[in-house]
Structure formats: structure tokens, C-alpha cells
Design a protein around this ligand. Sequence first.
Ligand SMILES: *[C@@H]1O[C@H](CO)[C@@H](O)[C@H](O)[C@H]1NC(C)=O
Ligand SMILES: *[C@@H]1O[C@H](CO)[C@@H](O)[C@H](O)[C@H]1NC(C)=O
Ligand SMILES: *[C@@H]1O[C@H](CO)[C@@H](O)[C@H](O)[C@H]1NC(C)=O
Ligand SMILES: CC(=O)N[C@H]1CO[C@H](CO)[C@@H](O)[C@@H]1O
Length: 528
Amino acid sequence: MALPIHTSRPRVPRQHAALAAAGEGFSSGTISLGGLLVCRASSFSKVWAVHEGGPNNQGTTFLEPSSIPQGFFMLGCHGQPGNEKSPGGVLVARDESAGDLLKAPLDYSPVWNSESARIKKDGDGYFWMPVPPEGYVAVGLVVTATREKPSVEKVRCVRSDFTEIGETDQWIWGSSGFNVFSTRPRDRGMGAMGVATGTLGIPNIACLKNRNPCYASFMPSLSQIDTLFRSYSPIVYFHPDEQYLPSSVDWFFTNGALLFHKGEESRPVAVDPMGSNLPQGGSNDNAYWLDLPTDPREKERVKRGDLPRSQAYLHVKPMYGATFTDIAAWLFYPFNGPAKAKVEFFNVSLGRIGEHVGDWEHVTLRISNFNGELSAVFFSQHGGGTWVKAQDLEYQNGSNKFVAYSSLHGHASYPKPGLVLQGSGKIGIRNDTVKSKTFVDTGANYSVVAADYIESGIVTPPWLNYYREWGPKVDYDINREIQMAVKVLPGKLRAVLEKVVRSLPKEVLGEEGPTGPKGKSNWDGDES
Ligand SMILES: *[C@@H]1O[C@H](CO)[C@@H](O)[C@H](O)[C@H]1NC(C)=O
Ligand SMILES: *[C@@H]1O[C@H](CO)[C@@H](O)[C@H](O)[C@H]1NC(C)=O
Ligand SMILES: *[C@@H]1O[C@H](CO)[C@@H](O)[C@H](O)[C@H]1NC(C)=O
Ligand SMILES: CC(=O)N[C@H]1CO[C@H](CO)[C@@H](O)[C@@H]1O
């Protein structure tokens, strides 16, 4: 699928990064948003609990930060759904400026209470929205276990220029039409300065904004990135039947990859190890593509990759106003194998459908810039994917390294082994993952290929700025392959399977060659 190469988001302004040496403030516990100092509350006290409703109908505990450091104020309460092992982070704030960035609310307006809700609960809960003074904004709800309005001294509202438009993120709890969520900035990505507060919210509630021009000083330095990645690096397990393993990009180039140019198809050229003879920049105009060597034996060899010397390529970027660091770890597979379908109890070969040359896959580690902790991981699955909180990951041998499973042939990433069916009911495309003896610790050989906020020390390989296709469009007839694949099935099932196959992304169906990491929208933007 040809995704846009440039998003509308501004890049990180480099001149700002130069104002402070990166890394001095990383993991120091507090972050200055430019006059407003924030830190993560580390202890909570329980306000109210409800034992049903919410995610998995497991109820939710409502908490407020306790032992707040001197001079800091609560911005709102927090909710921990029953299916979560520990509370998330919630920010508390201190005014470091002239003293007018935070103000007590004028009053509270009641939002909802549980008095008439027939649910299992510990007494009753009351939800309040702070009424901010003119020019100030409330960024979180307050929960109490009594009918009385909380004291206006309990929380602070934030001067509106230190806030950004927010949106609801995860559902925390709900009952009879009332729902509460965690919140996040609506505008997210590398240049977006909205900061998630971890407070309890309802739709349209605001979040914070980082106005500190030296925000890069809270990002990890190159040596801190090494420490982080060596500690958290994903261990990627491959399916025992996987023939098509990753390789380093330079292995692919030095083992016979060819660059084709439209109109000169008979004269492909070899690619040098760093890709410096690949066209640079521009956009994907379908005029260039890479392919495997033409010699059939070499072709088969290169398809299988070179796992022992494979490399992970890291893109490090600020997220949520530099309160988090995202490390996207990319793996390159010379070849993506054919897909298989499951129809009731049977495996159905889909012929060559799904096959393509040049497969870029990634997982993204989201690390807190307050304390350097891994917060969550995004597992990418062909244009989509899933976020998994650090507490729910599988870790390797009691280390901090988490496990990722690469699906057979398609190389989508999953947090758990097993079968994920893409389709409807009993019919779908198989995504199989298994813990086998074949795995790679991505922390053993990786290279930081991009981190815009770091001034020097990063060598961007020329292949990263190759925006054209990493594989050709398929040379087989997709319609014919589909007809061949479905003809073994009875009539009714044929149409269902055909529909499932046709819903595959264009890149998987082979109608378009795949693009490299910079061609994906998550390069600048947030993960979906
Ligand atoms: C890391 O990968 C590169 C590229 O394949 C290779 O040249 C290098 O020898 C590898 N390093 C280690 C320590 O395996
Ligand atoms: C179907 O294929 C999967 C691997 O893709 C394999 O594990 C499974 O045993 C196969 N099932 C049948 C019934 O052949
Ligand atoms: C994890 O521990 C097992 C048993 O001690 C060992 O066989 C395996 O190689 C270890 N895996 C890694 C990635 O270190
Ligand atoms: C849900 C999911 O990850 N589905 C994937 C299954 O495999 C096909 C083919 O490789 C992908 O296109 C899907 O995204």
C-alpha cells in the first residue's frame, strides 16, 4: 500500500534541540513543560471502587495521587480497571513561573453519581468536573465517596496556553450512559506537543502542552538509548516452519539485490552496501523498485535471509510532547512468503497470494522520559497493530527483554503465540505464531538510523532515504491465483474466502511494491 511519505506534522525543530544537550534531564523524575513542572505520582489512595462494569466487566478502582511532593498539585483523579495489574501514571504539577499557571477551580459541577445504579459497589461514588476560572482549563475529573463537593483546594486548573485539545483514549469504566476514559492529545506525532495527564476524563477534556523550547533535553542521549535498548530489546521468535527470515539491509544489497528503473527493465543495477546508488528523497512514483537476484538458486538463497547477521534499525523520536521516547525497531525481511487460509478445519493454500519481495516490519517501544521505564509496546500488523502495556508483556527469562512473535510468512508481530484469523468466523487468513528454537535478540545487533533531536553521532544510511519500492509489483495474475485457491471449496465458502482475500492490503496482495520505513505514516506520526 502506498502510504503518504510526508505527513502534515512539523518535524522536530532542530534549533531547539541545540539549546540543550540531549539526555541531561532524561529519567530525572520531573519534566519542565516551560514553567510548569510535572512529575508522575508514585503512590495512590483509593477513593471509590465498583466491582462490575468497565473492561471485561471487572469493575474499576478510582484513585487519587497521595504523598504529592512539596509544591505540586493534583490535576484530577485516576482510574484503574480491574483487568489491570497496577495503576498507570498520573501527572501532578508545580508552577515554576510567576505563579499564575495553576489556579484552584471556582466550583465543581456534578457529572454523575452511582446512587441509583444497581451495581456491586463500595458505597457510592460521585464524579465532579472542576469549574475553571476565566482563562483556565480543567484537565481531569475528581471522584469522591461522599455527596459533599470536594474542596476547591483539592485540584488545580491549568492556564489555557499550557493545554492542548485532548481526546478519550482507553475506556476506564461506564454505567447507564455514563463513561469515563483515560485521555491523550488529539494531535500526536513527532512534532506534536500535547502531553497526556493520566487523569480521568470524558470526551473533549483537554490535556497539557509542553511549551519548553528545550524539550529535547528530556530525551535520552545516544548512550542512554543504548542502555535502554540493550535492556528492553525485543526477542523475536519465528515460526518453526518459517523459511523467510530477516537479514541486514547491507547483506541483501551485497548478496545480489537489484535496482530496476522503469523503461530500462532489462538493465537492473547492483546496489552498493549502504545503498548510496539508490535514488534519494522524492516520493514513490513507481519508477524504481528493488528485486531479488535473477539467478534462480541465488534468488532462493536470498529469500531465506541471514538471521545470524541480521540487524534491527532504530528510529528514536519524542512523543506526547517529549514526555515519552518511542523507539521503533525495524527488521528487514528480503521476502514475505505466501499466505494460507483456514476454512473451518482445513488449511487452504493461497498460491502465491501474499508473496512479496522486501518486507519491512517493526515494533515500537514507548519509554517514559520521567523514569526510563518501558511503558507499552506497539506490535505492528500490516498497517494496523496493537498496543500492549508493559505489565502485560511476556518477558524473556526474567529479564527486561520482552518477547515478540513474528507470524509465519507474513511477519506481522504479536505479543502472544497462537493463531490469529483475519476474516469472518471460521474462514480467514492464518497468522500463525509459535515459540520455536529460531529467535533473535534485537539488542545483540542494532543501529540507530534516525533520531532528529540528536545533533551528531548518527549516521543515516542512504537506503533510509530511498522512498521508492523495496520490491516489484507481482508478476502473477491475482485474479487467477484467487480462482485457483478457492476452487477446492464448495460454492458458498468460495465467495466468503474470496472476499477475505480481496480485503488484504494492496501491499500484501502484491498490487503495489512495499515502501521502506520512511514511507509509513507512523514514521512521523503516532502508531495507529
Ligand atoms: C551486525 O550486523 C552487521 C550487518 O549484517 C554485520 O556486519 C556485523 O558483523 C554484525 N555484528 C555482530 C556483532 O554480529
Ligand atoms: C495448518 O497450518 C498450520 C501452520 O500454518 C499448521 O500448524 C497446522 O497444523 C495446519 N493444520 C492442518 C489441519 O493441516
Ligand atoms: C532462556 O533460558 C533458557 C533456559 O535457561 C535457555 O535455554 C535459553 O537459551 C535462554 N534464552 C535466551 C534468549 O537467553
Ligand atoms: C490481524 C492480522 O494481523 N492479520 C494479518 C494476517 O496476515 C495477513 C497476510 O500476511 C495480513 O495482511 C494481516 O494483516
